[in-house]
Structure formats: structure tokens, C-alpha cells
Design a protein around this ligand. Sequence first.
Ligand code: ACM
Length: 538
Amino acid sequence: MFKSMMTRTLSVLSVCALIVACQKEEKSRINFPPTDLAKENFIPKPLKVIPTNQAFGLDRFTAIYTTPNVEGFSEVGQFLSDKIKAQLDLDVLVNSDSDEPVERIIYINQSDSLELDSPEGYQLYITQDSVILNSNTAEGAFRGIQTLRQAIPEESNDTLAEQRIWPIPTGKIIDNPNFGFRGSMLDVARHFFSVEDVKKYIDLLSYYKINVLHLHLSDDQGWRIEIKSWPKLTEIGGSTEVGGEAGGFYTQEDYKEIVAYAAKHYMTIIPEIDMPGHTNAASVSYPFLNGNGKTPKLYEGTRVGFSTFDTRKDTVYAFIDDVIREISAITPGPYFHIGGDESHVTKKKDFNYFVEKVEKIVQKHGKRMIGWDEIATANIDSTSISQYWSSGDNAQKAVKKGMQVILSPAKKTYLDMQYDSLSKHGLHWAAYIPVDSAYVWTPEEYEGIPMENILGVEAPLWSETISNIDELEYLAFPRVIGYSELSWSTKENRDWESFKVRLANQAPYLDRMDVKYYASPLIDWKKSRYTYEEINKD
Ligand code: ACM
């Protein structure tokens, strides 16, 4: 213990010495034109930005150091280094003791400062010689490096110049999220999306500080996760999708890979098994589940509300126990989503009985139950969570029970709604949702739900009309970037006119990531922030 404290103190001291040495080393400073950190195109907008109008030069003499012996910090440093390498083809060493000359450092520092007493809060101090990122936790450091990444100019690598250097505006950033739960949902049931597709979505979401990905893993058209004790779910239930294509499913190893990838991005995966309705694929696989004595057929259409489990059969609950047990065992996050929406052919009293029984099973397996807003009609615990998608009445019922509510109102947050009548993909049963309408509303004051009952905001992407990553990106981007700001930034810091400009400047990043975003005509999209000549002129 003493030794590790000593190592840590010595190491912090040596980093401080390095910072002082860098400050003395006048020759290493580059005279960039004046900068303005407050004009950077950060999304989500940080709580406070105080510019000091100079520049930190990121180049091959920059090194990253992190607080030693604190879990996660060196990985966050390595993550930043990897992203810099991918963006700029620049090698920035992490915690290196090599003799390579170092002129400027980025120090990712674990701080116990009371000002940082929140898991995701961070402070960035950028001077000409150093970038110091303070946070209480590695999670806060991870959010902070996304801000730093957004301050690195997006410009091409194809320069022949010898000394490449990228200016980062100096100043101070103090930041902390408005809501701790900032999510998106992906429906992999109507159409299946591969592990690689999901990973790309995670990459993009985490750049904008979104920290929850809810996977809708089962529906009438498909069952998408291996359950070892019930193998036909995926053998039969996973064999098709909307439109009759091949479908697919995640093995438990695939799912673990997604969970681990999300964890590396400080993102929680929420698994959803939708029931008692939306269960045709399960009942095709195991016909005893629906209780009507008939074996249903695989379904490749897009109707809803025609299927139900038999809610009065013990064997159905034994099945559900196995499913929830197996998935919970490979889900480190605290939540299990039971669906509960649109059970139009389940009698009301059977529906409530079902939800109450399944809540107990979820709790038995150590998880907190989430369900779509209909679950609030049942007699459930205040620790369960209601996801508001359509019924204000149900949201109020949840509030009366003291439950937390996730805000996903379809007419504001459904990513599968078309932008307008010309949109290539999507539906419009709830609304057309252009980019401004997606952003201009106030979750803090939505439909009279008290702020203390709001867990956060989640933007669901249903996949009836999309079957590949390009189509997914068309519907999700740019709107999901707006939801990141709606859930991270305070009301006072949100403004459509400002957001519109910052969003326009996401184009070079989105292009570099090969995102097929919908280039809404409401936005004056920028293609490049700086040219190489602008950065390097005297
Ligand atoms: C839903 O859109 N059926 C939750």
C-alpha cells in the first residue's frame, strides 16, 4: 500500500516536473493564431467553457500519462492514443519511460476533488504546454477524452510536410451530465444487425457521450439471442426477419463480445425480451408458450399486437426464468427489459398478473426491471422503471408509484420516424421528425413528469424499414447526436441556433467514420474545419 502510494506520488511529481520542464522549453511553443475554445463545435455542449485563446500543439513530441495504479485510467489513455492514431496517423505514447523527447503532455489524472464528486464529471485544463484532465473515475475520464477528441482538428493525413502539428484551443472546461442515463435502442429483431454493426454504432454513440445501448432482442419476427436451455428459440425463431431474409442471432459469446466492447466505452447494455406480446417467434419455436393449442408460423410482416404468451401456465414462467437467468448471467449492467408493449390480445388482468410475476423473476436474478409504459398498470415495485413511449396516463401512473421513467416519446425520440414525407426509410405513424423537431423540446418538463422521476432520455431505433448499417445510419444520424445534447447538457446550454452550427461541423468526423447520415437541408453542412495550410501558416 505504502509502496504503491509512493510510486504514485513519485510518478505524479515526475509528471509535474515534466510539465514545468515543458513550460520552460520556450522553443517548443508554436505561435498559432488566436483560438477560441468556446467556439469549438462540442456536442454535447459542456457545462462551462472558459477560453484562454492560445493553442496546445498536438504532435509527435506529445505524450500521454495517466494516474498509475487506479483501475481504468491507463486504458482510457490508450483509448485516446488509439483514436489519435486512427484519426491523424500520429503515434502518441502512453505512460512511456522511453528516452524519446517529450515537449507537451496530456495527463489523465484521478482526482478526489469534491468538485468532481460525480461518476461522469470531469475538468479539462488546456494550456500551451499541457492538457490536464481531472476526474474522479475512469468513466469521467472517458467522457472527458471525448471532449478532447472533438477539439482535435479533423483534417486529412495526406500531407508531405515533415512536422505535422494540430492546434487544440486552450482554456478550461468544467463538465457534468444533466441526466445519468443517455441511451439509444436498436431493434435487432425485425431485422438482424451483426456484431460489427453494433460495435460501429457503439463507437459513434460513445463519441457523443451516450452511455446506454438497449438491444431489442426478440419480437414476433425473430429471436436473436442464444438461450442454451431452449435452443430452438434461435434455430427456428432466429431463422428469418421482416421481408423474409435470413435473420440471424447472437451466440452468447457474440453477446458477451458486444457487452465487453460497450464496457470499454463505458456503455451499459440493456437486453430486452419483449413479452407477453410480440412473442410469435418464441411460440413458433416452442408452441406450448402461447397456450392456444396452435403452432404459429414464422412471421415476416410488420403488424403488431397479435401474439401473446399464456400467462396462466407455470411452464411459461419456468421458461421465462431460464431466459432471464441465462441473459442476466452475461449482462453486467443493472437492468433487464421485459417489453410489455402492445399486448393487445392479452386480457388486462392477465397482463398485470404476468408483469407482476415476471418482475419477481427479474429481481430474483439480481436485475432491475424496465418495461414499456404499459407495465405501470400492474402492481409493481417503485424500483422498476417505466419507459414512456406513448401514454401520458401510464407515465403518470408510474410517477404515482414512485417509479423512475425513461423518456422515449415516439413523436419526439423515435429514430425510425421519417424526417419528412420524402425520407427514404422509416415510418410516420407517430410523426415526421425533422432534425429541429427532434432537438427542440424540453425533457426536464415533458408532460408534467417531475424531474426527480426522470431517469434519462432514450432514442429507440425500430428496424421494420431498415436492414443494413447504411440505412440504420440514415435514420439515426444526425438526430441521435441531438439526443446526446438533450440528455447531457443543461436546458440553459441548449439552443437550436448554436446546435445547428455545431452539428454542421460534425460532417468531417461523420465522413471520416463513413457514416451515411441524412444530410438534412436544415443544416449548412461543413466539409472541413481547417486546411493544412491554415494550421501551419506563420
Ligand atoms: C413500442 O413502440 N411499441 C414500444
